[in-house]
Design a protein around this ligand. Structure first.
Ligand code: AMP
Length: 219
């Protein structure tokens, strides 16, 4: 079962992908998380990526194809994966098809497109905080930590991602409109896309996403 989460930054792809992955027992493959791990390693490659990510731009297609290929070659993805943050360009989508065509997966089974209005996205991202230690995500209004501004899991002080600052958020949305939005039409034309209204609570969006996935699983 190969599922792709598509949608603008702040739509909730990571949150929903993690929940579906846990329910269906297949890994969540988040390219953003993988890149942040490379940045945290603090080597030359990480520093190069940090500059791109903090400016709201995209890492080049060839690097991303290699990152995802390596990840999908790991044995834990044999039963499938939930991709969150990839593909983000038409070149990446073509590379994914090519990559999957050479594996037992064959192709993308389902694309869940989380549709959220832009003003909601800006509000969500500017109130988002993440744990620098364990990566847990919070929203200071809708999903706040239990104790002040510390992580519920590991008690570390939460921080705002550099690329969640408002001026960078605007740039990321622009990049999304130009480079990623065309993928909605591409997957729709292929009959693989289900649009989910993502402007709702986390549990409601999960139910909608789960229902769409359950339909594909039972088909
Ligand atoms: P995310 O956590 O998915 O919002 O990703 C954070 C940042 O990582 C993005 O703004 C990009 O700079 C970079 N990134 C993540 N996935 C990709 C991708 N598929 N292609 C290019 N850049 C990516």
């Amino acid at each position: 079962m190969l599922v792709v989460f598509l949608g603008p930054p702040g739509a909730g792809k990571g949150t929903q992908a993690a929940r579906l992955a846990a329910k269906y027992g297949i890994p969540q493959v988040s390219t953003g998380d993988m890149l942040r791990e490379t940045v945290a390693a603090g080597n030359g490659l990480g520093n190069k990526m940090k500059v791109i990510m903090n400016s709201g731009g995209l890492v080049d297609d060839d690097t991303m194809r290699r990152v995802v290929q390596e990840r999908l070659e790991k044995p834990d993805t044999v039963g499938g994966a939930i991709l969150d943050g990839f593909p983000r360009t038409t070149v990446q989508a073509a590379a994914l098809d090519e990559l999957l065509g050479r594996t037992a997966h064959g192709g993308v089974d389902l694309v869940l497109y989380l549709d959220v209005p832009e003003d909601v996205l800006v509000e969500r991202l500017s109130r988002r905080r993440a744990c620098p230690e364990c990566g847990a995500n919070y929203h200071m209004t809708f999903n706040p930590p239990a104790q002040g501004s510390r992580c519920d899991r590991c008690c570390t002080e939460l921080a705002q991602r550099d690329d969640d600052r408002e001026e960078i958020v605007r740039d990321r949305l622009e990049v999304y409109r130009e480079k990623t939005q065309p993928l909605v039409d591409r997957y729709q034309a292929q009959g693989r896309l289900v649009r989910i209204d993502g402007d709702a609570g986390i549990d409601d969006v999960f139910e909608r996403s789960d229902a769409a996935l359950a339909e594909v699983v039972s088909a």
